[in-house]
Write a protein that binds this ligand. Structure first.
Ligand SMILES: [Zn+2]
Ligand SMILES: [Zn+2]
Length: 359
């Protein structure tokens, strides 16, 4: 995540900031330039256009700016908020409370996808591949069961997962080392990108055979896979070739988990780099083979460089977390077969970004 600065005083401004905590300037995020701008009562003039707050600034705690003459189908919402297809009724105040942190996680997701150059095609636009939609529903208030998942571009999220106690109890019950709302978004969007970049279109000719060789045949019965996973659990030797137990369930879950980890790793490295973090080998008290200087862009280097930087940076953050009595930040080990899978994700993401930049 980029380290934003207040346009008025230059102080650090968090991604979600609507006002500067140092000088109280009213600020908002301008998506095309991904910078913060100071706003007056009538918005702000940027490059001859008037930009105003997204219509969800109050209801969903949004700080993104939209052009005053926006796309009507976007309902005056910023891109991430316009992707929300279903949300709890205004009368369901309990569920709507949980919608705010969930929409913030969604904006972090969309920011990163745009930053990586991945296509973010809204469901409400008729042209192009199947668009992305988010149904953000609460299993406490819906009459139907709310199951987190992806189908045909529609990602369903259970808002109850934004309750720490609920999410943590599930994490413990399922034996997961890590469970967050942002993690759910990153995982589910992995299913979407596997579908549009690997399984269909021109990607199928280029990637599908390799994807099956690495992750397994995605045509295997999903229902049988769920049944097997919840009855017998992961194979005893899962850690030799998977990032998590859940990844062993079905080839789709393996891909989605690897995709989510790719987003975890690249965003966390980026956040450290934007803060000026460098690990100097001659200043650590254990053997470190080189200085670790996070790159602004890992497009032109093999995934091994990314993952080697990550092994040092995550070691540092894991130790910082445990110093505070918390669980390690990144409680995972990446075995060699997962390096190969992450390399595949890295290549698919970079090729898609290159194609978009060229087109
Ligand atoms: Zn300021
Ligand atoms: Zn918004």
């Amino acid at each position: 995540m980029r380290a934003f600065a207040c346009p008025a005083c230059g102080s650090f401004a968090p991604f979600e900031a609507t006002a500067c905590s140092a000088c109280a300037a009213t600020i908002g995020l301008h998506p095309p330039s991904m910078t913060m701008f100071e706003l007056g009562n009538d918005g702000v003039d940027i490059d001859g256009r008037c930009w105003i707050r997204c219509t969800q600034s109050v209801t969903l705690g949004c700080n993104w700016l939209v052009p005053e003459e926006g796309d009507a189908r976007g309902r005056g919402r910023c891109l991430p908020d316009s992707l929300i297809r279903r949300e709890p009724d205004a009368s369901d105040t309990v569920a709507r409370e949980k919608l705010v942190p969930t929409a913030q996680a969604l904006r972090r997701l969309i920011y990163q996808l745009l930053d990586l150059g991945l296509p973010v095609q809204p469901f409400w636009r008729a042209d192009g591949p199947p668009g992305l939609a988010f149904d953000l529903l609460s299993s406490y208030s819906e009459r139907e069961r709310v199951t987190i998942g992806h189908a045909g571009g529609v990602i369903t999220i259970d808002l109850v997962e934004s309750l720490d106690a609920y999410r943590e109890s599930l994490r413990v019950r399922l034996g997961e080392p890590y469970r967050t709302m942002l993690g759910h978004f990153r995982h589910e969007v992995g299913h979407y990108f596997q579908h549009i970049l690997v399984e269909t279109g021109s990607g199928a000719d280029e990637y599908l055979a390799e994807c099956r060789a690495l992750f397994g045949d995605e045509q295997a019965s999903y229902a049988a896979a769920i049944d097997r996973h919840y009855r017998f659990g992961a194979p005893a030797n899962w850690a030799e070739s998977f990032i998590s137990e859940y990844a062993t369930m079905h080839p789709w879950e393996d891909f989605a988990k690897c995709f989510a980890h790719y987003l975890h790793i690249t965003d966390t490295i980026d956040t450290a780099r934007e803060a000026g973090m460098v690990l100097q080998a001659d200043r650590v008290r254990f053997a470190a083979p080189r200085d670790v200087v996070p790159l602004e862009c890992y497009d032109d280097v093999p995934v091994e460089r990314l993952l080697d930087d990550w092994s040092w940076i995550s070691l540092f953050f894991n130790r910082v977390n445990t110093a505070m009595g918390k669980n390690p930040l990144y409680p995972f080990t990446i075995p060699p077969p997962v390096v190969t899978k992450l390399d595949f994700v890295h290549r698919v993401v970079r090729a898609s970004a290159r194609e978009r930049r060229a087109g």
